[in-house]
Design a protein around this ligand. Structure first.
Ligand SMILES: [Zn+2]
Length: 188
């Protein structure tokens, strides 16, 4: 559940979109994915990068339709197509498969959600492999909240002094040290 402050931040981010540094056009990709997998979604769906909410990805429904927010950590030419493909499919899937109560608690990602995601996103494994190797040390799954949080050290990943971010060896060392479970089912 969003606080009023978070809601305001997201609405502000939606009105003030940032420059995209990605190697591919995210709005074009969003259109293609909608046409291929979500033809039933008729309302406008916007997209923007943000650092609001510290979350890797988020779908906000509003009166006009919906907006997909992805964290700025993904706004780089190095982020592969597979990661955006998975993230956009995941967020659009939220418009198709509603949350439901399981064992007394409301789940944003019921089992049928993950089943469907696997069906429509063959890039899933490749996307998570890249996230694991490149971003894991600054991500924290919050299974109860069903989201993946981006930790403040994300800014070190893409610092201007090190445009490629930390060396792969360093990232893997840090990720191993944290010994966290894989986040594929944490939600985002
Ligand atoms: Zn989700």
């Amino acid at each position: 559940m969003l606080s009023l402050r978070e809601l305001r931040q997201l609405e502000k981010a939606r009105r003030e979109p940032v420059l995209h540094f990605t190697a591919l056009s995210i709005p074009d990709m969003l259109d293609t994915i909608r046409q291929s997998f979500f033809a039933e979604v008729r309302v406008p769906v916007g997209f923007c990068f943000t650092t609001c909410r510290y979350s890797l990805g988020y779908l906000l429904r509003n009166e006009e339709g919906a907006s997909i927010f992805l964290h700025q950590i993904l706004n780089r030419p190095q982020t592969p197509r597979e990661v955006f493909g998975l993230a956009l499919k995941h967020e659009l899937l939220h418009m198709h498969i509603p949350p439901r109560v399981i064992s007394g608690s409301q789940r944003q990602h019921p089992p049928e959600f993950w089943d469907e995601e696997k069906k429509i996103a063959p890039e899933r494994d490749a996307a998570w492999k890249w996230i694991w190797e490149n971003l894991w040390f600054c991500l924290q799954p919050r299974p109860k909240a069903e989201r993946i949080e981006v930790l403040p050290q994300w800014k070190n990943v893409w610092s201007p002094e090190r445009p490629q971010g930390l060396a792969l060896d360093d990232r893997q060392k840090i990720a191993r040290k944290r010994e966290c479970p894989r986040p594929e089912y944490a939600g985002w």
